[in-house]
Write a protein that binds this ligand. Sequence first.
Ligand SMILES: [Zn+2]
Length: 207
Amino acid sequence: MLSSIFVPKCISCGGDCGYDEILCANCVAGLARLNLACEGYCADADFCYADYRYEGALRTALRRIKFDWCIRGVSQLARLCILANVNGHYDMIVPIPFHIIRRFARFVQPVSVIVREVAARLSVKVEMPLVRIRNTSYQAKLRRTARFENVKGAFELYADVDVHEKDILLVDDIMTTGATLAEAARVLKSGGASRVDVYSLAAGMVR
Ligand SMILES: [Zn+2]
């Protein structure tokens, strides 16, 4: 009886989905693959990877998780990671950090789920050399030029993690302008990192 009342619904189409899912099998099958693997998408990063276009069902799901605290099914994001083109050898996997205030404001962060999956798949340790020193405004609410201004000076290096001459894969859930990843990459490079590539689950330009 209870199970028939609480059948979880897909956040995009409203169809039935599994208890640990946010998107149904149909919506997952329909996600737009991007397979981004290129230089120059994100300034200060050496190479950029992204699996999906930031649109449709995936955009809906990520926005519901991030802005509406819809935490059911967040683990499904890990299963969506393909990493088809990522074949570099890295010394550490680094997530984009959150400011401490935002960490309390959000129960589950997509980037935490994604970074754990990426690290496991590549058999590389997660390290946290970056500290967010300013609680920046949500990038999604800003126009393109404002996004670069918003993240300037947002990160500092944590002295206990040595990035000197390290090859790093920087991970985020979404890459739009690339402003946040570019600023984080710049700070890692300023600390002597020899290579900083970036991976995001979804990527897409802001219209
Ligand atoms: Zn669906």
